[in-house]
Structures are given as C-alpha cells and as structure tokens.
Write a protein that binds this ligand. Sequence first.
Ligand code: ZN
Length: 149
Amino acid sequence: MDLRELYQDVILDHNRNPQNFGKPDASNRQADGHNPLCGDKITVYLTVEGDRVVDLHFDGVGCAISTASASLMTESLKGRSIGQIEELFEVFHQLVMGNADVMFDGPDLGKLVAFQGVSEYPMRVKCATLCWHTLNAAIESKQDTVTTE
Ligand code: ZN
C-alpha cells in the first residue's frame, strides 16, 4: 500500500467532513488565527477544566490542509492535558518541518502522522500549524489574533 496516498486520503476526508466544526454552545477559551500567506482564518473554541482540555471546536475558512489539520487536531486532543498537548504540538511541528525522527521517541501522533507529507511543501507548513498556534493562544487566553507571519 502506498502510505502517502493513505495519508492524503485522511486529509481529504477531514477536509470534506470536518469534525468539531462550528461554534459550540458552550466554551470557556477561544482565540483567532490568521495565515495571510494562504488566507486561512480560524477560530478555536475550548472547554478547559483544570489542566485538561475536555472539548475543542473550530470554525473559519481555509484551504484543505488547514481545515483538515484543525479537524484532526480537535479530534486528537479531546480529553488531553495541557502538558500532553504541548508535547504533541512539539512533535507535530517537527514532523511537518521534516524531522520525522521525533516520532520514534515522542508521544504517539496517531492520525496526525498524515501531515508528514506537508514537509515537502514549505508554504503549507503554516497551513498545517495555524490551528495549533491558535490553540496555544486559546489555552493562554491571548486576546490578539495569532498570525503565522
Ligand atoms: Zn492554507
């Protein structure tokens, strides 16, 4: 099986049917992100209880990579602690930058591995990481819009 094809299918599926898309009825943290290079705009909504993110949603407009990344991120992080999320972001960031070695000693990325191919398209790295930077801002309750510039 061609793994690259499989990964791309995951991305296409999540772009077609984004999970956790739309503003939720209730949340206690949120932040906006913008990637001017591509035009991606996102708002991330979180429900944080103690040190755990119990619910995540997003909305906005963006390219297939940014939408799929936000969809997979919200799906993958539900119920995780803020410490675990920081670790996953670090590993995910290294992965899309092309440092695949991190996967072997970092936490299990699960389906997020689909974004490994993004490392071959440097312009797309910001599309894939925008939602994560925005998530961080929401966790830290920053008021300013996050920009990838
Ligand atoms: Zn984009």
